[in-house]
Design a protein around this ligand. Structure first.
Ligand code: PA5
Length: 445
């Protein structure tokens, strides 16, 4: 169950919402009927209902095999081919999952930068451990992932020989095309599909996210069920649902001149969900010179860095607080101390979660007094079902918010620009034309 609370935002009135009635009705129609811009990329909308598909059964079997024959899974991918899996694993299994020795394989993410140092470090961590690789790329040509995978292929083949290396490698890619698919077929890797109608940033509920998550011990059935139930509740509730309210609210804020949205969590385990959120909304809405700039923070840590700006700096942002409502029964309680040298006896018996909640409420009020509005998204908390609900909530809000903004929420034309320059500078065949010009510009930097 997700509850969207915006009424504490003093400057937002119900009439501000009604001003968007027409655009919201249009956006809902596009979403429901798959009739808006980018409609051939709405396949994620019904993914949860594919829980019993042959592909999902294979994903679970493959995850089971990796869990039995491997101590480490190396996941190679970038952007939408990596952020969701990492976000789900870190939130549900904590960012320390690799050090817990809890019977689940370690999962490391590579191919999301050109850092050779990171790759070397992770390979050192693999020493003496049994390794499998899951390479993920829809296009099959993304340079960061392809470079890392070429190095890892050599590593796997020199460790295991060609045959076993291939058995320990799984490719998640397009069903019909791309360099990775060809390579996978040639080498005999098991393959999973990123459906044609699902873009990278909407792919966490496909093999892209499900396979690494299942290997890490996440209950992927519950994750999908949560998403599926959220989908059903959005479709059943017409225009009056939390996801749509949030979508409209974002557009109201933008109209009011709040050009930045700060996604706030008070749980450090949520940090990568913030990274996932930034890609989802940033790539979906940041185009045609429009869109909110999405950022994310973890409080209370970031209250000791960005807190000053949020309280008192340029009035360019609003906060969206994501709050897990289910209490953590294991949250440590503050013990009584006879000496009370630190003066903390007034907290005796309270849990750290209780303190966190008061920090949240106190901060919300202080920021509002400083002129920074906040809204709250309440969701269940640290279980796979609730996270599935939250993921689908953000998917639906993002699609509808983008349609209200009158952009195509499912393309990303701007991502290509850096690649063209990089390929020209690296001498990739076919990109020779712009190289001279680029070198001249570089000389004048
Ligand atoms: O959302 C997107 O489409 C992108 O972030 C891609 O996921 C990212 O660029 C990786 O692309 P690919 O999966 O083709 O390697």
């Amino acid at each position: 169950m997700i509850n969207f609370r915006y009424k504490q935002a003093e400057s937002i009135k119900e009439c501000d919402f009604s001003a968007f009635d027409g655009l919201l009705a249009q956006a809902d129609k596009y979403f429901r009927e798959k009739s808006g811009k980018g409609n051939d990329f709405l396949g994620w909308r019904d993914l949860g209902v594919r829980v019993d598909s042959e592909e999902y059964v294979r994903i679970k079997a493959c995850a089971e095999r990796i869990r039995k024959n491997s101590d480490v899974l190396l996941v190679v991918g970038i952007g939408g081919s990596y952020l969701g899996a990492r976000a789900v694993i870190e939130y549900l299994k904590t960012p320390y999952h690799n050090q817990l020795n809890d019977g689940n394989p370690e999962v490391y993410f590579l191919g999301n930068s050109f850092s050779g140092c990171e790759l070397n470090t992770v390979l050192k961590l693999c020493e003496g451990k049994r390794v499998s690789v899951n390479v993920i790329s829809k296009s099959g040509t993304t340079t960061e992932s392809a470079v890392a995978f070429r190095i890892l292929r050599e590593y796997m083949e020199s460790r295991y020989g060609k045959k076993e290396a291939a058995e320990r490698t799984v490719a998640t890619t397009d069903a019909n095309r791309g360099a990775l698919l060809s390579l996978a077929k040639q080498e005999g890797y098991e393959c999973f599909v990123i459906p044609d109608d699902v873009g990278g940033r909407f792919s966490v509920l496909t093999a892209v996210g499900l396979l690494p998550a299942a290997v890490a011990g996440v209950d992927t059935d519950a994750l999908l069920n949560g998403a599926c139930d959220m989908r059903d509740s959005i479709f059943a509730s017409g225009l009056d649902n939390a996801a749509y309210k949030y979508a409209v609210l974002r557009n109201i804020m933008l109209k009011m001149g709040k050009t930045n949205e700060l996604l706030v969590s008070y749980d450090p385990d949520f940090r990568f969900m913030g990274e996932w959120f930034k890609q989802l909304f940033g790539e979906s809405e940041g185009k045609d010179k429009k869109g909110l700039f999405p950022a994310s923070v973890t409080y209370s840590s970031d209250l000791h860095s960005l807190g000053q700006f949020v309280q008192d700096g340029s009035p360019i942002l609003f906060e969206t607080i994501v709050r897990a409502v289910n209490p953590d029964p294991e949250s440590p309680k503050i013990p009584f101390d006879e000496q009370n040298g630190d003066g903390l006896n007034f907290l005796t018996g309270m849990s750290m979660d209780d303190i966190n909640e008061k920090a949240m409420l106190g901060t919300l009020l202080a920021h509002r007094d400083g002129g920074t509005e906040s809204v709250i998204i309440d969701f269940g908390g640290k279980d796979a079902y609730s996270l599935g609900e939250l993921i689908y909530f953000f998917f639906a809000s993002c699609a509808v918010s983008g349609y209200i903004l009158e952009v195509n929420p499912f393309d990303q034309p701007g991502v290509e620009a850096y690649k063209k320059n990089m390929f020209a500078l690296l001498g990739k065949p076919g990109y020779e034309a712009g190289k001279e010009e680029l070198l001249k510009k570089i000389a004048s930097i």
